[in-house]
Design a protein around this ligand. Structure first.
Ligand code: SAM
Length: 472
């Protein structure tokens, strides 16, 4: 039976409820008055249930889909404004004892060059990331208690935060590592991580077990209940996601929202972020093992319906997606994007072509960070390198309360402008600096509060004259 408050995976991700929701959606997909009602309801920005959102996702009426997109765009704009948070992944180690059939890290892959960064290597990677202008990263690692135990991850986080190179620093380290124990989550919290991210891959238990035939990740319940342990361990910003392509997307969509409902029901706080990766070509991967790939139009619809269903969860789009897809979903709901990503271990600092042999998957957006910043500016977005919320303790329910009250814009907007200013001063070529400065001036004038506008203008001047000690 579906019970969002249960701590058992198969009760909060209830297969029968997912199937009933898909059935409900397919029976009502031509019920245009019901669909219109739900679109109206979503305008209140209070979210939709997994069933309601599943119905919107199943809708094929062109006019209604355009309405859904218009509401998604409005919600995105009301809550996140034109800010886009920038980040990059940092791959620490591809040693792995799991056998995920879609991932080249699987134990049977003998082609993959196994690599683990030393603390010295990590410092070099961090300097390379800082030299591009990054301030926020997510660390990635395979699961291997001998090669990559939690102590290694903790030491690496310390190294990352400790590197101060020129004006650079990494101010928020998010972590995407395998499901672990409450004790280890406590240690990660103590190491001051930002968000703990873990993709479910697929919520379908049978498919999950088939796609993870061996290794600790085979345990569906342990993996699915990871966010509860993370929250028990004190981590209040968690990021969920599925790997689209493994299972039918309508199944994953409903289950992803049930996971969000569960976190809200048990911990009083939904996911901080939702990621929507799609399976990509990778070394030694049998692509015939999964045939549920979704086209770009379906992908855009999923992003828009997620925006309506969980307005306050950040939405992350990685470089797995092309420039064109990213442009569309930025409009429809995405709030964070990566830039200049390398999925290889040591890929940022190493000039050797060999580094790419350790890559996890192919990426579609190969542009430099500056090209991405320029592109965002041209589209009228503010690339934001801000990490202030987490540094000021605005995490978990405190972040959500601020966000829901609309007050977050008073902090986020000026902070986005100031961190963009830092980027322009420290890293950008002339052309980008020019475009960015013009946008900052325009956006500054748009800050409603005279007091906030004054403070922001003053800080922008200080940044231009070299001051860098603000807590963004
Ligand atoms: N090892 C950790 C785990 O198992 O959860 C997390 C790190 S793993 C490096 C990050 C994510 O990469 C996985 O959760 C998976 O969704 C994604 N991934 C793996 N293979 C992929 C592929 N071929 N295409 C796209 N994403 C992939």
């Amino acid at each position: 039976m579906y019970n969002p408050s249960s701590l058992h995976a198969e009760e909060f991700i209830c297969h029968n409820e997912i199937m009933a929701s898909i059935d409900y959606a397919s029976k009502n997909r031509n019920n245009l008055s019901l669909i219109d009602e739900l679109i109206e309801k979503s305008k209140e920005k209070k979210g939709l249930s997994h069933r309601e959102a599943s119905l919107l996702l199943s809708c094929t009426d062109t006019e209604r889909i355009q309405k859904i997109y218009a509401v998604a765009e409005k919600i995105k704009n009301d809550i996140y404004g034109n800010r886009v948070v920038m980040f990059a992944p940092l791959y620490l180690s591809n040693y792995c004892i799991n056998s995920c059939m879609y991932c080249p890290y699987h134990t049977k892959n003998k082609n993959m060059k196994r690599k683990k960064l030393t603390q010295e290597d990590i410092a070099k990677e961090v300097m390379a990331l800082q030299d591009m202008g990054h301030k926020r990263i997510v660390i990635e690692s395979g699961e291997d208690p001998i090669n990559n135990p939690v102590e290694y991850i903790l030491e690496s986080i310390k190294t990352i935060y400790g590197v101060k190179h020129k004006n650079g620093s990494i101010r928020r380290v998010n972590v995407n590592i395998a499901a672990t124990t409450v004790d280890n989550y406590k240690k990660l919290k103590e190491a001051e991580i930002g968000t703990y991210i873990l993709f479910q891959e697929t919520y379908h238990k049978g498919s999950y077990e088939r796609l993870h035939p061996q290794g600790p990740k085979h345990d569906y319940a342990y993996h699915t209940e990871a966010m509860d342990r993370a929250m028990q361990g004190g981590i209040d910003d968690v990021g969920i996601g599925v790997l689209f392509g493994l299972e039918k997307h309508a199944y994953e969509f409903a289950a992803l929202l049930m996971h969000a409902e569960h976190l809200e029901a048990v911990h009083g706080i939904g996911p901080h972020t939702i990621s929507v990766p799609r399976v990509k070509k990778a070394d030694n991967i049998d692509s015939s093992a999964f045939d549920n790939g979704i086209d770009d139009a379906t992908f855009a619809k999923i992003c828009a319906c997620l925006r309506l269903a969980v307005p306050y969860a950040g939405m992350i789009i990685s470089t797995r997606e092309s420039q064109a897809v990213r442009e569309e979903v930025l409009r429809l709901g995405a709030s964070q994007i990566s830039g200049a990503s390398k999925t290889s271990v040591g890929g940022y600092a190493s000039q050797e072509s060999g580094a790419e042999n350790s890559a996890q998957f192919d990426i579609s957006d190969n542009r430099t960070l500056d090209e991405i910043v320029r592109w965002l500016l041209d589209l009228g977005f503010i690339p934001s390198f801000c990490t202030a919320c987490y540094r000021e303790g605005r995490t978990g329910d405190r972040f959500m309360a601020l966000s829901k009250s609309g007050k977050i814009a008073d902090c986020c907007h000026p902070n986005a402008l100031m961190t963009l200013k830092e980027y322009l001063e420290d890293y950008a070529p002339e052309q980008t600096r020019h475009a960015g400065s013009a946008l900052i001036m325009k956006e500054l004038a748009n800050i409603p509060s005279a007091k906030v506008r004054r403070i922001a203008a003053d800080r922008l001047k200080k940044i231009a004259s070299g001051q860098r000690d603000f807590r963004f």
